[in-house]
Design a protein around this ligand. Sequence first.
Ligand SMILES: *Cc1c(COP(=O)(O)O)cnc(C)c1O
Length: 229
Amino acid sequence: MAINLEAYQQVLSRLKPFNAELVAVSKTKPVADIEALYAAGQRIFGENYVQELTEKQAVLPADIAWHFIGHLQSNKVKFIAPFVHTIHAVDSIKLLQEISKQAAKHERIIHCLLQVHIAAEETKFGMDEQELQQLLQTYTSNPFAFASVRIAGMMGMATNTSDETQIHKEFHQLHQLFGSVKTTYFNNEAYFKELSIGMSADYSIALQEGSTMVRIGSLLFGERNYSQM
Ligand SMILES: *Cc1c(COP(=O)(O)O)cnc(C)c1O
């Protein structure tokens, strides 16, 4: 078995005092590995690719809460709308509108997190602060256009660096922004509560900076080998 159950228990015990949730990121990993972690009690899994997610969802237990954490194209929302629980990387009003439309077809509510770009790297997806404000203004002024999505919080990825001070700073800024968005646009509503920050390498820092949801892959499932996909 390739999965690391010891690391799994360790992660869970680190999350506990913070009351944070674990999204086990299973992209590129076989169904058998997901089944093994499921048997250990894990119910929230994260995937990045639409086709891979739909194939896995079809053969795995129905009580798994699937989180889509990758970059999502609007024209692919329909494939995951029947079952996806949370979409982490919402970065445009067009995508949010499409998610709501597809969710409505299945009489579902899909939870969405707004992805904000906090890293120094150009390559990471997400909105800057101005784009975020624009999206939120459109969202709050047209509530009926978005009746089948629930914006449950925000998500971000820190720079891939060994400089912990920088990672702290980036997560801290996102946490501040999260707080101001919650008051300004969500009236401090309880459902706007998730801050999805932290991966295998930086989740301890993320927890100190207010993470409510960490997305951890390689620590649980081992390194990924994309060439075998
Ligand atoms: C792959 C991925 C993760 C998990 O990364 P690890 O370093 O393996 O823990 C988390 N978040 C996103 C958005 C990812 O694409």
